[in-house]
Design a protein around this ligand. Structure first.
Ligand code: BGC
Length: 734
């Protein structure tokens, strides 16, 4: 049996504080001169800092003048700013949101736009690591060219509840899929010399009462689900910073959580970077002892805890001086590692055209064809009359709200204030990116009559739809940070609109622009359904490409579409409608590590559409599954395109039985583009942690010896081939 030492690693805080002195020049010599390791450069630089200079690096402001002064003159203007130390050439941290592009909150940089990527769920639906990397590189480059050196990206909270208002920023319900893609996106960002965060650590899985709720979950379940997504993203992306979350986990605030920050993140996982707080998530100086290294957006907290109170705590002896150096060095280390000293941002015009192509690729790969029973899609280019209904499709495509909101280059297409109170109310604005589906449909349906109607009155829309060769209804569901949706219905009577239109014309195609899953009471009466999510800068193009078959759809759901909220682990959202700070427990032990499709499998529930599902205009067949065991599990198989069109397929490998224990987990996938009649050979290796369970007592991943069974399928509910092999026992350190 393979064994590893499974003790919790101790954090090395062995550095004595030294008085400020001149800088050791080796610290600042650029990496091209064969410089020292980032850790060593950080250590040398830290030695040259005064204690006040160190403390100055440990807290920063929300760099938008809505909460009153001060907004420091050197701030580029966005979510965060931490002054540098000019005397020593330490640049300030210029921080901007988020995972979908460079934000411009409250128009703090007047008129400055950026390229909006499609939502995180759209990216996850591509199952494409390279697209994730390219998307990250694109937004990282835009951040750099806009003067930022930190992007508050890398959101990877698992979609435990399809009503969570921030699911659209994240990467779905599976830790392997979400963690792998997040790691690739972070790597893309950091390759542009911009530090990326990974957030929100951890269990920020609903927005209702996000500042007060306590996520109740056992350690093993936590390690096997949400934490595994973070762990994989950390391994794949090496983010310079981790942002701790607002909520509590098992009673302890995430930013005050010794277990999460010191023991797991910095200890078990050896995270060498810094932990920054979410904006307004610091609860006192004690958070320093729990592993928090930097207070962000300090205007949102009750005090600037990491300034005078922290200095007093050091003087009083409750925080060791060496811990201050540890905090500083963690920040400086990541700044060196990612190249913030050697490759500082240079304000440069954005390459809007090239960047939009990346957004287009993600949208095309992430659009999911959900239903097409009679082959209504793809539409013929010589179609005569098309009616387009609703969703502001004459102007643009929907985006999600909150800190991740990107204002597109050239301005928004439609902007609808949704109401709200207080200084953050402008976040509640529904924004459409200017990529009009009506325009792109017209461009592809050469010479056809294309009519648009807003869909406000179902009867008028139905009357116009009658007799058309195709009717495309755009249905929208807006989601925004800070709020969950109460249920999974399309809002504003859109179900009735679709019913009326489908009754008038069965050639109705529904295009969904939603933050996540919705119910479809009209499903059997429409001709096709396309899930376009929030499709970003070129959303209209991507949708038209799919409708007309210029692109063969290849997106696969990264999240289960339930048939009813009654199927969910928590049919009601705990505390829904309550205050942001309301104290409540959310019992995640109900599903534990069996999030999403695993819950559905465990309870034998039939979803509306399963995880991993998505149709194509061609067909694929799997054959020759070979499986090898022993110290590792690997499989190989063939995928053949049996249809008449080229297309991309996403074969998925699930574990179904682990040494006699019922298990259901995604353990591998690939995304392969195949020509008609062609066969490609695929090989997959499973991460051993996915075969095992986390053993809390032994503080290890435990893989039992025995027979392991897998299925290869086109979704979580569509097994095509089965295999089994013997695996030897192993204990893996966490
Ligand atoms: C969000 C973070 C974001 C921060 C700065 C917070 O409200 O939770 O995701 O990075 O604000 O805008």
């Amino acid at each position: 049996m393979r064994t590893f030492a499974c003790f919790t690693a101790l954090i090395a805080i062995a550095l004595a504080v030294e008085p400020a002195r001149a800088i050791d020049s080796r610290a600042m010599s650029p990496e091209t001169n064969g410089a020292l390791a980032p850790e060593e450069r950080a250590r040398l630089l830290d030695q040259a800092l005064t204690q006040d200079e160190r403390l100055g690096l440990l807290h920063g402001i929300f760099a938008v003048p809505i909460l009153g002064p001060p907004i420091l003159k050197d701030a580029v203007g966005s979510a965060g700013f931490v002054p540098g130390v000019a005397r020593l050439g330490i640049p300030p941290l210029q921080e901007s949101d988020a995972s979908l592009g460079v934000a411009n909150p409250f128009n703090v940089r007047p008129g400055q736009g950026a390229t909006p990527l499609p939502s995180g769920l759209a990216l996850a639906a591509s199952w494409d690591k390279d697209a994730a990397y390219q998307g990250g590189a694109m937004i990282g480059q835009e951040a750099w060219r806009s003067g930022f050196n930190v992007l508050l990206a890398g959101g990877v909270n698992l979609a435990r509840d399809p009503r969570n208002g921030r699911n659209f920023e994240y990467l779905g319900e599976d830790p392997l899929l979400a963690g792998t893609l997040d790691g690739a996106a972070i790597r893309g960002i950091q390759d542009q010399h911009v530090v990326s965060t990974m957030k929100h650590f951890a269990m920020n899985d609903q927005e209702t009462s996000r500042r007060g709720l306590s996520a109740k979950i056992g350690e093993a379940a936590l390690r096997e689900s949400d934490l595994l997504a973070f762990e994989l993203a950390l391994e794949g992306g090496h983010p310079g910073a981790v942002m701790c979350a607002y909520n509590r986990v098992n009673g302890v605030y995430a930013c005050s959580n010794d277990l999460l920050l010191n023991k797991i993140l910095k200890g078990d996982w050896g995270f060498p970077g810094w932990v920054m707080s979410d904006w307004g998530a610091v609860h006192g100086v004690d958070d320093v002892r729990a592993g928090l290294d930097q207070q962000s957006g300090e205007q949102f907290d009750k005090d600037v805890f990491f300034a005078t109170p922290l200095s007093d705590a050091v003087k009083g002896g409750s925080v060791p001086a060496a811990r201050i150096s540890d905090m500083t060095q963690r920040i400086l280390r990541s700044m060196f590692a990612v190249g913030l000293f050697d490759h500082p941002p240079v304000k440069t015009p954005l390459d809007a055209e090239a960047d939009a192509k990346i957004a287009l690729r993600v949208a095309e790969e992430g659009t999911v064809l959900l239903s097409n029973p009679a082959g209504l899609l793809p539409l013929h280019h010589d179609i005569k009359r098309i009616v387009v209904i609703g969703g502001h499709a004459d102007s643009g495509v929907l985006s999600g709200g909150g800190s991740s909101q990107v204002i597109p280059i050239g301005g928004v297409a439609v902007s609808i204030p949704m109401g709200g109170e207080g200084p953050m109310a402008p976040f509640r604005t529904m924004i459409f990116d200017p990529s009009s589906p009506v325009r792109t449909i017209k461009a592809r349906a050469r010479g056809a009559e294309v009519r648009f109607i807003d869909g406000a009155y179902p009867s008028a829309a139905a009357a116009l739809a009658k007799g058309a060769d195709a009717v495309v209804v755009f249905a929208t569901q807006w989601m925004v940070e800070g709020e969950d949706v109460p249920d999974l219905s399309l809002p504003n009577g859109q179900d009735a609109l679709i019913e009326a239109v489908a009754a008038a014309n069965p050639k109705t195609i529904v295009v969904l622009e939603t933050g996540g899953p919705v119910l479809m009471p009209w499903l059997s009466r429409v001709g096709a359904v396309v899930e376009a999510w929030y499709p970003g800068a070129k959303g209209g193009e991507a949708i038209a490409d799919i409708l007309f078959g210029d692109i063969n759809p290849s997106g696969r759901l990264p999240i289960t579409f339930p048939a009813a909220t009654a199927q969910l682990p928590r049919p009601e959202i705990p505390g829904f409608g309550g205050a942001d700070e309301a104290k409540l427990d959310v019992d995640y032990d109900i599903e534990g590590a069996d999030v999403g499709y695993r819950w559905f499998a465990q309870k034998a529930l039939k979803p509306l559409f399963p995880f991993g599902f998505g149709l194509s205009f061609t067909h694929f067949e799997y054959a020759n599954l070979k499986i090898e065991g022993g110290d590792a599990l690997s499989v190989s198989f063939d995928v053949r395109n049996t249809g008449a069109r080229a297309g991309a397929d996403v074969p998925q490998l699930y574990l179904t039985d682990a040494a006699g224990k019922d298990r259901f987990r995604l353990i591998g996938w690939d995304r392969v583009t195949i020509q008609p009649g062609e066969t490609v050979h695929v090989m997959l290796n499973a991460d051993l942690r996915l075969l095992g369970d986390f053993d809390e007592k032994a503080h290890c991943w435990r893989i039992d010896a025995g027979r392991y069974q897998v299925v290869l399928g086109e979704s979580a509910t569509d097994p095509k081939l089965r295999g089994a092999t013997q695996i030897t026992a192993a204990m893996l350190k966490p």
